[in-house]
Design a binder for this molecule. Structure first.
Ligand code: CAA
Length: 282
């Protein structure tokens, strides 16, 4: 596997493109929005600079990383030579199903189609393709160049061969892959989101303030960010969407999103990306 196509140039997509290119893979970064592609390259440049400043990357390695990334606004053109496609588009079921129909029609027969979805069923995504054995979840964590985990999700039809290839590839990116099965929230978000939801309920019920809740979890449990700051970082809309998947998927009220989270998303307070969430970023 040498030629990687990444669909979507937002936070996750540009981090995934950055990481593959840094480890020597040719990357086609695809987004329908041309200005998003320009912004993504700028973000990758800035994040590579962090690594250069830190001394973990040379300026030559930075230049060759950037040279390995080509941008495309056409999905068809961007995937036609791909060995692996990693889809990192917005977390919306219909959008992902449409993308996978198009990928199945345009990517080479041998290509593996992976989704970076944080909670949408891989089995459902695979069902709209004619290559279910080659569809898999490759769930990176934000910030992708820094976080060491890849949650590798096997759909119902994913083959052993596809799983083995994706596990091996993840180690070549200096990450640790963990194989999990396709049930709501997989492992990462099945455990993370109830904690975030509980921290929002703790605020909602007036047990403690934002700073206090985050300080307890940072200093008491050695979490790098408190759960409310982490929710802002992930995006409150994304947290709500994942909780809804857990709630519907298991039919268990323990996953019901806190009304405060629902209201904040309705009000457009989405965290870092909108400038305000539990904290102010203006
Ligand atoms: N690209 C490259 N390097 C980056 C980077 C990026 N986008 N962002 C940060 N870094 C590097 C910095 O250069 C720095 O490197 P060194 O340690 O080598 O000096 C390091 O990361 C730490 O960065 P900072 O000093 O700026 O800030 P920090 O110490 O506060 O760490 C953090 C920032 C890594 C984000 C840390 O706060 C953290 O680990 N937070 C939790 C992140 C987390 O839980 N992520 C998972 C979210 S859930 C998810 O993604 C999946 C989902 O489905 C919802």
């Amino acid at each position: 596997m040498n030629q990687i196509a990444v669909i979507g140039s937002g936070t996750m997509g540009n981090g995934i493109a950055h990481t593959f290119a840094q480890f020597g893979y040719n990357v086609n970064l695809i987004d329908v929005n041309e200005s998003a592609l320009v912004k993504a390259l700028d973000t990758i440049d800035k994040n590579l600079n962090r690594q250069v400043t830190k001394g973990t990357l040379t300026t030559d390695e930075k230049a060759s990383t950037l040279a390995r990334i080509t941008t495309y606004s056409s999905l068809k053109a961007g995937v036609e030579n791909a060995d692996l496609v990693v889809e990192a588009a917005t977390e919306n079921l219909d959008l992902k199903l449409n993308i996978f129909r198009e990928l199945d029609a345009n990517a080479p027969q041998h290509a593996i189609l992976a989704s970076n979805t944080s909670s949408i069923s891989i089995t459902h995504i695979a069902s709209v393709t004619k290559r279910g054995a080659q569809v898999i979840g490759m769930h990176f964590m934000n910030p992708v160049p820094v976080m060491k985990l890849v949650e590798v999700i096997r759909g119902y039809a994913t083959s052993d061969e596809t799983t083995a290839k994706v596990m091996e590839l993840s180690t070549k990116l200096a990450k640790t892959p963990v194989e999990v099965n396709d049930y709501p929230g997989f492992v990462a978000n099945r455990i993370l989101m109830p904690m975030i939801n509980e921290s929002i309920y703790t605020l909602f019920e007036g047990v403690a303030g934002v700073q206090e809740i985050d300080t307890v979890m940072k200093l008491g449990m050695a979490h790098p960010m408190g759960p409310l700051q982490l929710a802002d970082f992930i995006g409150l809309d994304v947290c709500l969407a994942i909780l809804n998947v857990l709630h519907e998927g298991f039919g268990n009220p323990k996953y019901a999103p806190c009304p405060l989270l629902v209201n904040m998303v309705r009000a457009g307070k989405l965290g870092v990306k909108s400038g305000e969430g539990f904290y102010n970023y203006a």
